[in-house]
Design a protein around this ligand. Structure first.
Ligand code: PGA
Length: 252
């Protein structure tokens, strides 16, 4: 059985102090949770959050990475650097990075390789825009993004990955995909993974992301192929994030 994974993507929010306070408060609210809990703060707060999370059931993830280990790449942060400060996960290919920072399917693939090489777990984001959905291209888009992200990977490694299906039109808009729609697309992504890596598709965890909150979490997470959530806005308050984790515990 796949263990549910609930990850909070803080985006460009929280100072070090705010991040540490949040982590301590969350830890006290989610002790003993049956699901995996991950916080993804900005780079500046990673080390402090990892320290505050030590001995708790909270893991830490970064929001991006560069694929070279070191060199003249001003402003970038590498996989060994993330590993050193305590990251277990790295979000790769979030739609905001694709939209505002020239992230492409090719750079996503390079980043996935770098993260795996350094023993961390990529959370690979895929998802269609509203325009693509309305043109009936959802499956085509998630197929292309998934195939490109996994290109050249050892099939044995694919089973340990996390993929996040995040329809772009549902991110930060309050509009959620219906549980049925999300389930259908996620089942389709699992089929694509099966074509690439066979039975690894049974263990790869596929999250839903896009306006997840305590009120809709249980319905989404009770779908057979939805293995967790990538949460933006609702991960910024300990109560709402803990609320999602509690709801997910009910369906685990
Ligand atoms: P949201 O963001 O929960 O605020 O819609 C999700 C995400 O961007 O990962």
């Amino acid at each position: 059985m796949r263990k549910l994974i609930i990850a909070g993507n803080w985006k460009m929010h929280k100072t070090v102090q705010e991040a540490v306070e949040f982590t301590k408060e969350l830890a006290s609210k989610v002790t003993g949770a049956s699901v995996e809990v991950v916080l993804c703060p900005p780079f500046t707060a990673l080390h402090a959050v990892a320290e505050a999370a030590e001995g708790t059931n909270i893991a830490v993830g970064a929001q991006d990475v560069y694929w070279e280990d070191k060199g003249a790449f001003t402003g970038e942060v590498s996989a060994p650097m993330l590993k050193e400060v305590g990251c277990r996960y790295v979000i790769i290919g979030h739609s905001e990075r694709r939209q505002y920072f020239n992230e492409t399917d090719e750079t996503v693939n390079k980043k996935v390789n770098a993260v795996l090489q350094h023993g961390m777990i990529p959370i690979i984001c895929v998802g269609e825009t509203l325009e693509q959905r309305e043109a009936g291209k959802t499956e085509q888009v998630v197929r292309t993004q998934t195939e490109a992200a996994l290109k050249g990977l050892d099939p044995g490694l694919v089973g340990g990955l996390v993929i996040a299906y995040e329809p772009v039109w549902a991110i930060g808009t309050g509009r959620t995909a219906s549980a049925e729609d999300a389930q259908n697309v996620i089942r389709y992504i699992r089929c694509v993974v099966r074509e690439i890596a066979g039975d690894s598709a049974d263990t790869v965890r596929i999250q839903y992301g896009g306006s997840v909150k305590p009120e809709n979490a249980a319905e989404l997470l009770s779908q057979p192929d939805i293995d967790g959530a990538l949460v933006g806005g609702a991960s910024l308050q300990p109560d709402s994030f803990a609320g999602i984790i509690k709801e997910s515990g009910k369906v685990q």
